[in-house]
Design a protein around this ligand. Structure first.
Ligand code: ZN
Length: 315
């Protein structure tokens, strides 16, 4: 009998990271510069481990290869998505990601990276870098070369609950004091454009990847506006943030008891607030903030009882 697959995340130290993954989510973090929780990952740079059931101890990439039926016998060679929680305790470097065709040629077959962010928490009046103001590639290159970052980079205000769709080719950076749940293509390719001229403990600047960044950046910037759709279904409020060629992302607000049913599709789920239980086939599983799991193909329905919010996605 197919069971939900609960996952153990992988943590990544980052110079911009902090301790919010421990204080907000209760995770045991490796140190106080922990920037990323790879929550649902089959990427070779940090695959999550199945925690329960017959596949306990197996990594998600291995399970994908050995039991394709759990994922509907997909055409894709690799698990296509990656869910992360990011703790931007300091500004991230300004960056851009390539699309699939470029990454395939220049990054050893890695996928491109279209991503999206649900803002879990941020400081009052926080902003982030999203897009740029150059009209042409020449102007883009000129402003980079002249270091006219304030003119070039576009800043937008953010608040908790906001959602941003970040297609490959979009210049972006999270800024200090932001906690984000990211759903992205399973890729680890980033081109750094600007790092605020910061130096590490040894006095070195971080490497930039200007040539590739200039190659892949969309000019002029295209704003992929998000228009969330909200739908009430009994004790659940479902917000649809995006349905794109790479992924669809929703928020489920559960208040009380709710039944869910599915067709032949697997889902990635992350509890971002509150708690409850998941009941499937007579088994009860605890859901708390920071729980991540997959509902594989073959589970046709389950119940959630509690007061909680989940971010849910599928390819
Ligand atoms: Zn990014």
């Amino acid at each position: 009998m197919v069971q939900p697959l609960f996952l153990r995340p992988v943590f990544k130290e980052r110079i911009w990271g902090g301790t919010a993954l421990q204080t907000e989510f209760g995770y045991e973090i490796p140190n106080n510069q922990t920037g990323e929780c790879w929550a649902i990952s089959a990427h070779p740079n940090g695959p999550s481990i199945i925690e329960n059931g017959p596949y306990a101890g197996m990594s998600l990439d291995l399970l994908w290869g050995k039991h394709p039926e759990l994922f509907g016998n997909p055409k894709e060679e690799v698990f296509p998505l990656l869910t992360k929680i990011l703790d931007a305790n300091m500004d991230l470097s300004v960056q851009v990601h390539p699309e699939d065709s470029y990454a395939k040629v220049y990054e050893n077959g890695d996928l491109g990276k279209t991503e999206c962010w649900y803002i879990l928490d941020c400081k009052e009046g926080a902003d982030m870098i999203f897009g740029h103001n150059a009209k042409t590639k020449e102007e883009f290159v000129e402003q980079i070369n002249d270091g006219k970052w304030n003119e070039l980079l576009r800043r937008v205000k953010i608040k908790p609950g906001d959602f941003f769709y970040v297609p490959s080719g979009t210049i972006h950076a999270l800024c200090e004091g932001t906690l984000v749940l990211e759903t992205q293509q399973s890729s680890d390719t980033t081109y750094r454009v600007y790092d605020y001229d910061r130096r590490d403990a040894e006095g070195n600047l971080r490497e930039l990847h200007l040539e590739k960044a200039i190659d892949v950046t969309t000019v002029p910037h295209q704003d992929a506006g998000v228009a969330p759709k909200v739908e009430e279904r009994g004790n659940v409020t479902i917000t649809t943030f995006v349905e794109s060629e790479f992924f669809s992302v929703y928020k489920w607000d559960v208040n009380g008891q709710a039944a869910f049913s599915f067709d032949d599709r697997y889902l990635l789920l992350s509890v971002i607030k509150g708690e409850g239980t998941l009941v499937h086939n007579g088994e009860t599983y605890t859901l708390t903030k920071g729980t991540h799991f997959i509902i594989p193909v073959g589970i046709r329905g389950f119940e959630v009882d509690g007061d909680c919010e989940l971010i849910v996605s599928h390819p």
